[in-house]
Ligand binder design. Sequence first.
Ligand code: DX5
Ligand code: ZN
Length: 216
Amino acid sequence: MPTLIAPSVLAADFANLQRDSEMLNKSEADWFHIDIMDGVFVPNISFGMPVLKAIAKHATKPLDVHLMIVNPDQYIETFAELGSAVLTVHYEACDHLHRTLQKIKSCGMKAGVALNPHTPITVLDSIIKDVDLVCLMSVNPGFGGQSFIEETYTKVKTLKALIQEKGATTLIEIDGGVTNKNAKQLIDAGADVLVAGSYVFGAEDPIQTIAGLKEI
Ligand code: DX5
Ligand code: ZN
C-alpha cells in the first residue's frame, strides 16, 4: 500500500481555512489530520466543533480526527455527525479503551488509538485486532513544530511485529516532527500514514512538499 500523507491543519492559516482546505483538496494529500486539544489532556487548546464543521464544509478528503482530550467517549457521536472518517483517542485518556473503540466503530468511523512517546507498544497486545489505526506520537502531544523523537523508529518496528504476529490489519500512523529527513526511515520501519504539520504549511510550496513526501 502506498504511504498515506495526512497534513495537520493545526499548522494552517486559521484565517484562511477555506483556502488551505482547497489547497489540500488539490494536492496529493490523502487525509486531513485534525488536532483537537482541550487544555486538560495536553497543555494547549487548539479548536473544537465549530472549526471542524467549517473545515468539513470544504474538505473533499477523509477527516482523520486526533482527540487530545479527556473523556473522549462523550463526544464520539458528535464527531461522527461532523463527518470524521477516522477517530483517534489517546490510550492514556481511556479507562475502558475496548468499549471506546467499539463505540467509535458503531458510529461508522474507523477507530484509532494514539500512544504518547513514553507509552510502550505492549499496552496494545490484547486489543490490537480491534484497532484500525495506531497513531504513534513522535513528539509530546500539544504543539506543532517540535522535533522528532528518534526512539520512534524502534516503536514502529515493535508495533509492526505485533500487528503481523496477531494477523491484524491495523495502520501505523506517525505524528509529530515528520519531514523529508525521517519519512523514508519511518516507511522502511513500517509506517503507513505520515502526519505533517509545520513541514507542509511552513513550506514555500505546500503542494510540492506534499508531492515530495508522497514520492518517498
Ligand atoms: C501534536 C499534533 C500533531 C501536530 C504535528 O500534538 O498531534 O498532529 O500538529 O505538527 P508537526 O508536524 O509540526 O510536528
Ligand atoms: Zn495529531
